[in-house]
Design a protein around this ligand. Structure first.
Ligand code: CP
Length: 326
């Protein structure tokens, strides 16, 4: 029985579809005047973030609260991590307090995997180094499917800093498992060696492939993680790879513009593109809550259909949770 969500690489297509289906149910709940279900009443969730976050941390917190769970947040600053406590000791200590799940963001790839091996409680990867960010991948899949009614057969162009992007990796695993075609595009120094082994095409020429894209997924240029000299200058990057109004005009008339946030406005994307009718960037944020509710439900709810083998039940979100909370 699965207790953790560590990456989309190890998540089956069946599980991904299940998450997307249950997220649809939870999104409907989020549109109600009372946005609550008691599914996780009595469960305790801890967020343990070693790196900054606005969207991921807050949407996990909201998702847990909407489902009646108790939540606690630990930041590096002000905790015993500052005194040198190891990740293993920290997660063991948190587990000793009787919690059910730890949601971890860490600068080192594999940190959530180590935590998952160390404790019996569930672990969710909220971003580990440049490795994976599985719930971002799921919310991106959900948003594409919601807007395009399918992922299968779509051309999805991921632009920019692929080398430092855990979002790109999770999106590539997820999109290819769902039948989409991915092209990664950016300066050669920001495209990892052998990325084609993940089943993607590579292009260094944005202007030549832009017109074929159904979805343009723009990555944040992670200047804080880059060593100096990966491209000649910021202006050169903008000239060749920024998505501007002029470039958007050359894309398909129904193209979707996506970005995981936070955006460097004026660098990889211009303000008018981010706020254009093609942009679903704010919807990605809203969908993040619904998708994270689906993840918490699956990992913490014992009667979840994937766990009981009752995957084809019409009642996808289990028998209990659809009652409104008091
Ligand atoms: N997309 C994303 O992970 O955003 P945060 O860093 O704000 O969580």
């Amino acid at each position: 029985m699965k207790k953790d969500l560590l990456g989309l690489e190890e998540t089956s297509t069946e599980e991904i579809k299940f998450y997307l289906d249950t997220a649809e149910t939870f999104k409907e709940i989020l549109s109600r005047p009372i946005k609550k279900v008691p599914t996780l009443r009595g469960k305790t969730i801890v967020t343990l973030f070693y790196e900054p976050s606005t969207r991921t941390r807050m949407s996990f917190e909201l998702a847990g609260k909407r489902m009646g769970a108790d939540l606690s947040n630990i930041s590096v600053s002000g905790s015993s991590i500052e005194k040198g406590e190891s990740l293993k000791d920290t997660v063991r200590t948190i587990e000793a307090m009787g919690i059910d799940m730890i949601i971890i963001r860490h600068g080192k790839a594999g940190a959530p995997h180590l935590a998952a091996k160390t404790i019996k409680a569930s672990v969710v990867n909220a971003g580990d180094g440049a490795h994976e960010h599985p719930t971002q991948g799921l919310l991106d899949l959900f948003t594409i499917q919601e807007k395009k009614r399918r992922i299968d057969g779509l051309n999805i162009l991921i632009i920019g800093d692929i080398a430092h992007s855990r979002v790109a990796r999770s999106d590539i695993w997820g999109i290819t498992k769902m039948g989409g075609r991915v092209t990664v595009c950016g300066p050669p120094t920001l495209i990892p060696v052998e990325i084609e082994k993940m089943g993607v095409d590579i292009s260094y020429s944005l202007d030549s492939i832009l017109p074929q894209a159904d979805v343009i997924y723009i990555l944040r240029l992670q200047l804080e993680r880059q060593k100096k000299g990966l491209f000649p200058s910021i202006q050169e990057y903008i000239d060749y790879y920024a998505i501007t109004k002029e470039r958007l005009a050359r894309a398909k008339s129904d193209v979707l513009i996506m970005h995981p946030g936070p955006m460097n406005i004026g660098l990889e994307i211009t303000e008018d593109v981010a706020t254009s009718s093609h942009s679903v960037i704010e919807e990605q944020v809203l969908n993040g809550v619904a998708v994270r509710m689906a993840v918490l439900n699956y990992l913490l709810e014992e009667h979840s259909p994937l766990k009981t083998g009752n995957l084809f039940s019409k009642d996808l979100v289990s028998t209990a949770p659809m009652r409104r909370s008091e």
